[in-house]
Design a binder for this molecule. Structure first.
Ligand code: 2PG
Ligand code: MG
Length: 415
């Protein structure tokens, strides 16, 4: 069960941008993993190493990260016992030696960390989710609740809508029922949008959600359409919740300390009141990144006002970083973690982020990135740790459906 060789190659993500895929070989098995990438990234995410000075792929190539895996990392980890995940992850951290993984690149490091766990699972002839559950001492399994982004705005689309993601939250116990409702609501939404805004408005954004060409700029419009789609598809609001990822970093003006949406400027407290209105009007159950990541007072104020009635989710605010999560717990900035493995860069640190959050009674959402690959590692992760929610995008586009399909497959393997 020793590592024999580690090799990385270049593949493309769903935006057509290069990313890294790594293979970890033991005597009898191989495990691989490819790494996603964000568009609206938090300021303190672990460092994604790209060839910023090369003209290849318009400065976005990952040849340096690939080289780091194939040389330094391969040399250092050869001969290690593949089941020693924590030791391997710590060795990677030591080898990098920086706070934000900027020497070797978080993309290089994570690709190795995840591929090691896949190779280990294969060595034990175990499904990946089961191996992860063993690593995290978890014996409870339930289907995660999906948050599915069916209208894309913000930096994920060319639309005039500021909020990045309008999410439906099916509240069924079984993932099969959730997937069915998501697909049916998605298609009734497509019909509604086509009738109201024309067929070209049914084109989709980075995460498979629609990008309607709204005539007037109003963040309520997508919510109105989605409520209608839920009804048309034969579901009730009791069965289907609504959520938002505002990704407020992208519409905050740091100089003026104002948020720009609905064609006007909002102060932090005006925006807070606006959210309270939306929550009431549309029975919103989950709001991610409602404020700029450094506008901590507004986060605190908002969390105090809504208490535990809704999930206040930290994404850019927390960047899956255990130290930032601990700080947010003690200062009550939010009550839920958006867990993205590439924000932190190793499996062990991701599990740590999860465990710290659960200990504080937070909810945890395992999330994709806007630049994804067909790799469905995060489905096994979510199931293996018994995450409360998953955020995998719309029920459309292969890099999104591969995650939902893997959850359906896991159910079958398990039964
Ligand atoms: C987010 C993510 C994923 P990105 O903000 O939650 O939906 O987007 O990967 O662009 O950061
Ligand atoms: Mg987000």
């Amino acid at each position: 069960m020793e590592i024999k060789e580690i090799k990385a190659i270049r593949v493309l993500d769903s935006r057509g941008v290069p990313t890294i895929k790594t293979f970890v070989k033991t005597e009898n098995e191989t495990g691989s993993a490819s790494i996603p990438s964000g568009t609206s990234a938090g300021l303190f995410e672990a460092y994604e190493l790209r060839d910023t000075k090369s003209k290849d792929y318009f400065n976005l190539d990952v040849s340096k990260a690939i080289k780091n895996v194939n040389t330094v990392i391969n040399k250092k980890l050869k001969g290690k016992f593949v089941l020693d995940q924590e030791d391997i992850d710590n060795t990677l951290l030591e080898l990098d030696g920086t706070d934000n993984k900027s020497r070797l690149g978080a993309n290089a490091i994570l690709s190795v960390s995840l591929a090691v766990s896949r190779a280990a699972a294969n060595e034990l002839s175990m499904p990946l989710y089961q191996y992860i559950s063993r690593l995290n001492n978890n014996n409870n399994f339930k289907d995660p609740t999906p948050l599915s982004n069916i209208i894309n705005g913000g930096l994920h689309s060319g639309s005039n809508i500021a909020f990045q993601e309008y999410l439906i939250i099916p509240k069924f116990k079984e993932i099969e029922d959730s997937v069915k409702s998501m697909s049916e609501i998605y298609h009734s939404l497509k019909n509604i949008i086509s009738k109201e805004y024309g067929p070209s408005s049914t084109n989709v954004g980075f995460e498979g959600g629609f990008v309607p060409n709204f005539k007037d700029v109003n963040e309520e419009n997508p919510l109105i359409l989605i409520e209608k789609a839920i009804k048309d598809a034969g579901y009730t609001r009791k069965e289907i919740g609504l959520g938002l990822d505002c990704a407020a970093n992208s519409f905050y003006n740091e100089k003026e300390k104002k948020y720009f949406l609905n064609n006007k400027n909002y102060s932090s407290s005006e925006l807070l009141d606006y959210y309270l209105d939306l929550i009431k009007k549309f029975k919103i159950k989950s709001i991610e990144d409602p404020f700029f990541e450094k506008d901590k007072k507004a986060w605190q104020e908002f969390s105090k006002k809504v208490s535990s009635s809704i999930n206040v989710v930290g994404d850019d605010l927390l960047v899956t970083n255990p130290a930032l999560i601990k700080d947010a717990i003690s200062k009550k900035y939010c009550n839920s973690l958006l867990l993205k493995v590439n924000q932190i860069g190793t499996l062990t640190e991701s599990l740590n982020a999860f465990n710290i959050s659960k200990k504080a009674n937070w909810k945890v959402i395992v999330s994709h990135r806007s630049g994804e690959t067909e790799d469905n590692y995060i489905s096994d992760l979510a199931y293996g740790i018994n995450a409360d929610y998953v955020k995998f995008g719309a029920p459309s586009r292969g890099e999104r459906t591969s995650k939902y399909n893997r959850l359906l497959e896991i159910k079958e393997i398990k039964s």
